[in-house]
Design a protein around this ligand. Structure first.
Ligand SMILES: [Zn+2]
Length: 269
């Protein structure tokens, strides 16, 4: 019986922003087809472990599917290209970021189906965390590779100043939830074995944050900084820029919905 068993390979890039480091996923098919989901950062231990796993599986690296252009997911592409001359690199275009990585990206987009690593994966455009964000859906096992959509036990930053969009992000979470997945394989943290529960928790958390932003506005806090301080009281100073990005993302969403307005850097309802 065929078992769908992606191999998790650490990108070996732990940091405050990446937690214990990124997970990349290797798929290998019976005819030596190999595909890697996310490129890591080119760390030698990642490359060596990939080479060993491919050799063990009698496979070559045909495809690298990248969830989005953030460096912890994409910056390993040139190192992979140098080792695997025939590997093809695929992502949804985000030109200002993609050009940093010096490989030829083949564009993929929503509803495309890709045969990679002996499996058929459906491409889901799930923007919001970044404009180019993709998830990959394996229908037979109801598994979604979800990049930076969710992290078990943590939260995901929506960088409003760098292409993040909260309304799109929430729609992406709802879209994945509507698939009733049995498992999520994220780029950070452990596999998610209760996807509907975690996605629901994420959606409810954002709704609560939105209500907090509305309450802060109603109480007269009218700058991103003041709102962030009122909501994230006691937050470590190093995390405050991320908190401001999240507040900004909420304000942008409220503005798009006609609920909040900005005038000379001051916000009101
Ligand atoms: Zn990211």
């Amino acid at each position: 019986m065929h078992v769908f068993a992606p191999i998790t390979l650490s990108a070996h890039n732990p940091s405050p922003m990446t937690g214990r480091g990124n997970s990349t996923y290797l798929l290998m098919g019976p005819a030596g087809e190999g595909a890697l989901i996310d490129a890591g950062v080119g760390e030698p231990r990642h490359l060596d472990e990939l080479a060993r796993r491919l050799a063990d599986g009698g496979a070559r690296l045909d495809h690298v599917l990248v969830t989005h252009a953030h460096p912890d997911h994409a910056s390993g592409a040139p190192a992979l290209a140098a080792r695997y001359a025939s590997a093809r690199f695929h992502k949804t275009p985000w030109p200002v970021e993609d050009r940093h990585y010096g490989v030829r990206w083949e564009p993929i987009g929503d509803a495309d189906e890709i045969d990679a690593g002996g499996e058929r994966l459906k491409v889901l455009h799930t923007p919001g965390h970044s404009p180019d964000h993709l998830a990959f859906w394996h229908e037979p096992s109801r598994t979604a590779f979800t990049g930076d959509l969710v992290i078990q036990g943590s939260s995901v930053m929506i960088q409003a100043s760098r292409g993040g969009n909260l309304a799109q992000y929430l729609a992406a979470l709802e879209r994945i939830r509507a698939l009733s997945p049995s498992k999520l394989l994220p780029a950070h943290g452990p596999a998610v074995m209760d996807p509907v529960g975690l996605l629901t928790q994420y959606l409810e958390h954002r709704l609560m944050r939105e209500q907090q932003v509305m309450a802060a506005l109603a109480s007269g806090r009218d700058t991103v900084q003041a709102i962030a301080e009122s909501i994230y009281d006691g937050l470590a100073p190093a995390l405050m820029p991320a908190a401001r990005e999240n507040v900004r993302a909420h304000l942008d969403k409220l503005q798009a919905e006609g609920t909040a307005f900005e005038e000379n850097g001051r916000w009101k309802t």
